[in-house]
Write a protein that binds this ligand. Structure first.
Ligand code: SF4
Length: 298
């Protein structure tokens, strides 16, 4: 994406009402015009955040430049404790760089959080990682669930997709024990112990949300408008076309209607959690059978 296009897309989104911009990758910190993009958006009055692998953040001067440009929040991916993280990223030293990045953000007073994708490849390491974050003094750690093949695995090997019930057990154990963690729900809410589920939601340790139901737009490097950052290649229009944003929002509303009316399992139809859950993230049913996993709640 050229700098001219990046600025044009940001202005179009601003004119359509967007007031928050999250720069995600690929790896946004190595985009050659990243500082100009942050500065441009911030000067328009947009709250600019970045999700990064954190390696470039190990340079204090880069973090200082980002701060001067107007960045307001950074999420840094940490996939496990040192050996696990370096193995997943296939870069020795990447953990140390990311941790130095977190420290540099703290030194520059930029709000930060870690973001970890939970898969079968790091599931058992998560309790140790959370202890590490606690000792580090992180104020917020977010956890997501792997729903597609991560990098670092050959085709045909374990794709890294975690067992749904294992993810639920992790959320129940860690989510209720640490006040600085939050997990994205993604899975059918009937898989939780219902008392623990209520507590997790009340404590805001479980985030029950879906990009399809939010007024969020993902813009890819070609200007394509995607309904969710995880739906690369599923374009709902392009910012270079007339009325792209209006058409995008109309298509998204159609998706929401379909989701609201088409349950993945007959157990969802009369479920009291339907309006919160909608059968979990649709993406998980590409690789699993809803009939096999959805338990239902009376
Ligand atoms: S809506 Fe469906 S998936 Fe969600 S809790 Fe109810 S039965 Fe389970």
């Amino acid at each position: 994406m050229t700098l001219v296009d990046a600025k044009r897309y940001i202005k179009q989104m601003f004119d359509a009402g967007a007031r928050t911009c999250i720069l995600v990758g690929g790896e946004p910190s190595i985009y050659p015009h990243i500082l100009q993009v942050v500065e441009y958006a911030a000067n328009l009055g947009i709250r600019v955040k970045m999700m990064s692998n954190g390696r470039r953040f190990a340079q204090r001067s880069f973090v200082q430049d980002l701060k001067a440009a107007g960045i307001q929040n950074c999420s840094i991916s940490i996939e496990g404790t040192e050996a696990v993280h370096d193995n997943i990223t296939m870069r020795e030293g990447s953990f140390s760089q990311a941790i130095r990045g977190l420290e540099n953000c703290q030194l520059e007073d930029i709000p930060i959080n870690s973001i970890t994708t939970v898969g079968s490849y790091n599931l058992e390491n998560i309790p140790d990682l959370v202890n590490f974050f606690q000792e580090f003094g992180l104020k917020r750690s977010a956890f997501n669930m792997c729903s597609s093949q991560p990098s670092g695995f050959e085709e045909g090997e374990d794709a890294g997709i975690v067992d749904l019930q294992d993810y639920v057990s992790l959320v129940e154990d860690i989510g209720l024990a640490y006040d600085f963690v939050s997990f994205y729900a993604l899975v059918p809410l009937c898989l939780f112990d219902q008392d623990k589920l209520r507590e997790l939601i009340e404590l805001r340790r479980l985030i029950v949300s879906c990009a399809l139901f939010a007024r969020a737009v993902t813009v890819d490097p070609e200007g394509n408008l995607l309904p969710c950052t995880h739906m690369a290649g599923l374009s709902y229009g392009n910012l270079n076309e007339p009325e792209a944003i209006e058409n995008f929002l109309a298509k998204k509303e159609c998706d929401r209607t379909v989701l609201r009316t088409h349950a993945p399992s007959e157990k969802c139809v009369d479920c009291k959690l339907w309006n919160t859950c909608f059968g979990g993230c649709n993406l998980i049913w590409f690789s699993r059978s809803a009939q096999d996993h959805i338990r239902g709640v009376a």
